[in-house]
Design a protein around this ligand. Sequence first.
Ligand code: SAM
Length: 230
Amino acid sequence: MSDTGGMEPHVPHVARMYDYFLGGHDNYRVDREAAAHVLEIVPGIREDARANRAFLGRAVRALADDGIGQFLDIGSGLPTCRSVHEVVPGRTTVYVDSDAQVVSHARTLLDGVPEALAVRGDLRKPSDILNNPAVGQHLDLDRPVAVLLLAIAHYVADDPQPLITELMAPLAPGSHLVLSHVSDGTTDPRPLFAGLDLLPPGVVTVPEWRPEDLVRPPTPHFLCGVARKP
Ligand SMILES: C[S@@+](CC[C@H](N)C(=O)[O-])C[C@H]1O[C@@H](n2cnc3c(N)ncnc32)[C@H](O)[C@@H]1O
């Protein structure tokens, strides 16, 4: 299950804590204890994380139904709990994370899943991700790709918009950006979709993006949208 060689880690890790919030099994006691402290401070974080992951599933399925066959999930964390390759098995997926431990653990989880690959990369260096030979071998960058930036862009830069523009510029027309963004109620992530055509329903809270049922917990902390490169 892990890359720790059977040893329990002593230090919690954000990706395994996130897995715990999502209801996954790729976490350890140290992660669950740290997560319990976070839950005391941010009681809604579990619902937010799950609503964000459910948005990922609906968005990825919608794009796959529209013919998108390649997904590039940056800041992916561990590929567990209804990640891309589980939602649309058989589609080509590259998971990118800046953390070596996460990538190593992800590779273990993806053993036997030839259509999915985990590589190390940093959203702050978009061209390094796209020029990574392993990414180029796995994805056909002459064809449309869906780029996922879920709950990550706001961590890497005060204004992530130039990074997103740099990331999307070399991609083929018909590529998509799937983005969710933490909101404090005043945040407007619309500028992050500059140069792209937002798909209906536009920028909304994550449970409101093409909901599949009417029972939705209120999670106003994540705004999201999906947009197409013309
Ligand atoms: C909360 S977790 C997973 C979030 C996941 N995208 C989701 O929405 O379910 C955030 C992950 O982003 C990774 N990360 C942080 N900064 C990054 C960066 N600059 N580039 C790529 N990954 C990064 C962390 O290592 C961590 O695994």
